[in-house]
Design a protein around this ligand. Structure first.
Ligand code: NAD
Length: 350
């Protein structure tokens, strides 16, 4: 396979293939760019069908981290790692320990944390053999999941959308459809409910739906119907690729602002949303709250209040982005990429 010319390769600085035969570890670390600072991005454990699929994912995700960290104003570059394994494996802890030695070997050029299949408790296991791990359970009060910072960022993003589109700070009566009620979607529901929004929710997990219906007065909707709701904001908080040719023709929401990664099936779908008059908040901008809240520990020692305040700074970032894209008549996704590249290129580091 021609790795350097494959479509997801974007002049990545370093790609490390990690193997440990004693535990059956197969992993990849991708460092996209370290101009702004050490690369940082979560560790994903997923049973990829092939090494090529895993490589594509880690290349794409690490580039996204460079852009995310840049727009979030963090002195961090972009990186990501994947472990090719089912996270329900009984020897998961052994894999994490073996993998963390590879992260340690990079001596702080790359920091990692939680992601799909890797929890804050798993991050503590990674930290047993490695000094470059953040978003660990032990760094926070019992029961606190750093995904709450991401959810707060999502709520802040929706506030910015409301200000941009309707010139108000009042969210009461705002209709929001939330797809996915896991670590981020459930907490986003909480914030929106507190602010008086009317919620429409879907998840393939019945229990998750029931909780939000009972506690936040949400209306349950079938997972196949959630994107078709006639609402003000559609908040995808589950899987990627959900904004595609088919769904765009069915989406009635005036805005899309949610926390799932890689929402656009392809770049062209950002343009299609603009043409349809749907205000899209690029995923990597609005879901930067986790990095802004937890990633800051790489270079500082913020209090919980400092972290929340930083996350809420996304309000101005998103308003600025929406206004700039509007005035230049370009898709918000394109505007975000331009802003991120400009921040990275203008730094004097390195
Ligand atoms: P999670 O696994 O805790 O929750 C995802 C939820 O989506 C689950 O409840 C699952 O049952 C549900 N789901 C799966 N398929 C669905 C479908 N077809 N329809 C409706 N619901 C479905 O994950 P999370 O941490 O909440 O992350 C959600 C998304 O946000 C992911 O794309 C993740 O990469 C992204 N993200 C998360 C964070 C974070 O801090 N957790 C940060 C940045 C980005």
């Amino acid at each position: 396979m021609p790795i350097f010319s494959q479509v997801d390769f974007d002049a990545h600085e370093q790609v490390l293939f990690c193997h440990d035969a004693t535990v059956g570890l197969f992993g990849i670390i991708a460092i996209h760019n370290t101009k702004l600072g050490p690369a940082a991005g979560g560790c994903r454990m997923y049973p990829y069908k092939s090494t090529v699929t895993a490589l594509k994912d880690v290349l794409r995700l690490s580039k996204g981290m460079s852009y995310k960290n840049a727009i979030a104003g963090l002195p961090l570059g972009g990186g990501k790692c994947v472990i090719i394994a089912d996270p329900s494996r009984p020897d998961k802890a052994d894999l994490l320990r073996a993998f963390s030695k590879h992260v340690q070997s990079l001596k702080g050029r790359y920091w990692t944390a939680i992601d799909v299949g890797v929890s804050p408790k798993d991050a503590d296991i990674l930290a047993e053999n490695c000094d470059y791990i953040f978003a660990r359970a032990s760094q926070y009060p019992e029961g606190f999941n750093p995904s709450k910072f991401t959810a707060l960022g999502g709520f802040t993003g929706i506030r910015a959308v409301v200000k941009h589109l309707w010139k108000t700070e009042d969210l009461s009566g705002l209709k929001v459809a939330i797809q996915g009620l896991g670590a981020t979607g459930k907490n986003l529901s909480h914030h929106l409910h507190e602010a008086g929004a009317e919620l429409f929710v879907a998840d393939i997990n019945e229990e998750a739906v029931q909780f939000v219906v009972e506690n936040y007065g949400a209306k349950a909707v079938s997972p196949d119907e959630i994107h078709r709701q006639d609402v003000d904001v559609y908040a995808p908080c589950a899987m990627g690729g959900i904004i595609n040719d088919k769904s765009i023709s069915e989406i009635k929401a005036k805005s899309i602002c949610g926390l799932a990664n890689n929402q656009l099936a392809t770049e062209i779908h950002g343009k299609m949303l603009m043409e349809k008059g749907i205000t899209y908040v690029p995923d990597y901008v609005v879901n930067a709250g986790g990095m802004m809240g937890a990633g800051t520990r790489i270079f500082s020692q913020p209090t919980m209040e400092d972290s929340k305040k930083r996350v809420m700074g996304l309000y101005d970032t998103i308003l600025n982005l929406l206004e700039k894209a509007n005035s230049r008549k370009i898709p918000t996704s394109e505007m975000a990429d331009k802003m991120a590249i400009e921040i990275i290129n203008k730094t004097n580091n390195n």
